[in-house]
Structure formats: C-alpha cells, structure tokens
Design a protein around this ligand. Structure first.
Ligand SMILES: Cc1cc2nc3c(=O)[nH]c(=O)nc-3n(C[C@H](O)[C@H](O)[C@H](O)COP(=O)(O)OP(=O)(O)OC[C@H]3O[C@@H](n4cnc5c(N)ncnc54)[C@H](O)[C@@H]3O)c2cc1C
Length: 298
C-alpha cells in the first residue's frame, strides 16, 4: 500500500521517473509522478482520488512517443502490464486488453485462424497505442477491425463505446477527451483465415527495409496523399543528415535514429529541419505521425 499525498493505492508510485527508460527512442525527461497500477480497480481508485487539476498522460510502450527533455508534468500512467486480456468471443471476435502487445495479438489470431490480422505483427506497440493511432501496416488498419471499445475516464468510470463515437482517419482518431482505452473487441472476417507464411514474409521485408534494432519510433511523418514521406525526404538529400546524436536513417529515410547520445531536443530539431527542407524542395508540408509531448527544458 502506498500513499502519495492524499492518494492511497496498491500500485507503485515513482517520482521523477526518467521517461528515457520508457520510450523506444530512449530519450525523454522525467515524469513528475509515474504510476504503475496493481489492477483495474486500483487504477480506477487512483483516478477517482487524484486531484482533478493534475494532468494525466497515458503511456503504452512508448514506440510512437517523443518526450521532451523537460519531462512530463503531472502523472504518467503505465498500465500496460495489467491490461493483457486475450480471449475469443463468438466465432470471429477477439477481446484484447489495451496493454497487450500487437505482435502477441497477431500471433494468437494466426493460431486461431482469424484474419486479416497479420498486419498487427508489424506494430511494436500495444493494442491501446494502436487504437489511439489507428496504427496500420501492409494495407490493414486497426479500426477496420474494431467492434467496440471499453474506456476509463479521468474519474475512474468505465464506458462501453461504439466505433461511431470516434472520428477515425489515417493515423488519426478523435473521440471523447480525458478517456483512455482499456480493452477492445475486434471482429475478424469469416472465411479469410490468417496466413503464418505471409506474416513471416512481411516481417522479413521489414527487416530488409527498416533499421530495426536501432532506437527509433518507426515512421516519423505520415505519408502525404498519393506519395511517401520517405521518398520525399530521400529526394531532398536528407539521408544521413544529423543533429547531435540524431540522424536520418540511411536505410529508411522516414526513420530518425538515436545513435546513442541523442537528446529529445536533437530529435525534435532534426524533425523540424526535415519538415522545412521537404517544404522548400518539394513544396509539400509533412505532418509528423509521432506524438511529441512534455516540456521544453528551461
Ligand atoms: C520500428 C518501429 C516500427 C513501427 N512500425 C509501425 C507501422 O508499421 N505502423 C504503425 O502504425 N506504427 C508503427 N510504429 C509506431 C508505433 O509502434 C505505433 O504507433 C503504436 O501503435 C504505438 O503504440 P504504443 O503502445 O507504443 O503507444 P505510445 O507510443 O506509448 O503512445 C502513443 C500515443 O497513444 C496514447 N496511448 C497509448 N495507449 C493508450 C490507451 N490505452 N488509451 C489511450 N491512449 C493511449 C499515448 O498517450 C500517446 O499519445 C512503429 C514504431 C517502431 C519503433
């Protein structure tokens, strides 16, 4: 049992937790408070008791997140470990917790023979992150498969919601504010099945074309209509361009790599340099897909 101010919860509360430990870019300043709930009831109690003025940020596994070096004020909630449900519901339904890795969802769907689900294997984040981003790959997108979601709000209340309550687009989902996903019911297609060989081929293609194994956040920018951000960045001569410890990947131009000692400021400055250069060279305004959060250091 831990008390934080007036809060009494079962989970773990850390102060000034470096967010560089929780992002795939391995950068980011401290979270003022970092809460790892012991269970869903504990999380609901925490949210219920938390001062309504305290800002809340929900973390998946940080694979699409640039946390600035000044860190995150308020509370970061790290609930991925407690929300890992994965069960069949009816002949084509799968209920998945928002903390479940997408790769695990894909592999289990293959075993169950449910598709199309292969694309989830290419997304190194959680189901909750995929719901927030409408993550997708190889022609598949998360929300094409959503039948309903369960959320928790800022006061710890649980809600059941239908896809119609969200406005969903390419890497964009707008829905009720101050509410986070805890579960989703996915519906796969009768007669489609799932193909393990296709999944393995897709992962091989990724290995060949993306700098996997180096700290990145995947694609930094969304693809503009009818084109590819990577093509525009490469054609602007930006492959290998570096600021501090951040470099535009030579393997895939839409990836920015932390070569070891990058700061979030280096990465953000490089993102801005790429955006500006592509605008000057091609007249195309790239929009970043990665989420940039937190405070600029003073
Ligand atoms: C090597 C690499 C390859 C990638 N390839 C792809 C790809 O092919 N396709 C693709 O779409 N993405 C790709 N990504 C990006 C990333 O994996 C996805 O965006 C993923 O869905 C993010 O999930 P996450 O759990 O890491 O979320 P985080 O990065 O932790 O969070 C992202 C956003 O989602 C919010 N969030 C997280 N969980 C919840 C929740 N439960 N409720 C409400 N909000 C929540 C966070 O607050 C934040 O705003 C890639 C990343 C890497 C590093």
């Amino acid at each position: 049992m831990m008390a934080a101010g007036e809060l009494t919860v079962q989970g773990e509360i850390r102060r000034d937790e470096p967010m560089s430990r929780h992002t795939s870019w391995r950068v980011g300043g401290p979270a003022e408070m970092f809460f790892v709930p012991a269970g869903l009831d504990d999380l609901a109690l925490f949210l219920h008791e938390l001062d309504p003025q305290t800002p809340v940020f929900w973390l998946g596994v940080g694979s699409n997140l640039l946390v600035r070096d000044g860190g995150i004020p308020g509370v970061v909630i790290a609930a991925a470990r407690i929300l890992r449900k994965l069960e069949r519901e009816g002949p084509y339904g799968v209920r998945a917790g928002s903390g479940l890795p997408c790769t695990q969802l894909a592999r289990q769907c293959i075993r169950w023979g449910l598709g199309p689900s292969e694309f989830f294997a290419g997304i190194p984040g959680t189901v909750g992150g995929a719901l927030t981003m409408n993550a997708g790959a190889h022609g598949g997108e998360t929300w094409e498969r959503v039948e309903s979601v369960r959320t928790i709000d800022r006061f710890g209340e649980i809600h059941e919601r239908a896809p119609g309550e969200y406005s969903v687009g390419y890497r964009s989902v707008v829905g009720p504010t101050n509410e986070w996903f805890i579960e989703a019911l996915f519906r796969f297609e009768p007669g489609v099945g799932a193909n393990k060989a296709e999944l393995e081929a897709m992962l091989e293609r990724r290995k060949a074309t993306q700098p996997l194994g180096q700290p990145s956040c995947g694609s930094v920018f969304r693809n503009p209509p009818g084109d590819h951000a990577a093509r525009l960045i490469e054609a602007a001569g930006l492959k290998g361009h570096a600021i501090g410890g951040a470099i535009v990947s030579r393997k895939h131009a839409n990836f920015i790599i932390n070569t070891g000692d990058a700061t979030a400021t280096d990465i953000e400055e490089l993102i801005e340099h790429v955006r500006q250069t592509v605008l000057e060279v091609h007249g195309v305004e790239l929009v970043h897909e990665v989420r940039i959060v937190g405070e600029i250091p003073r």
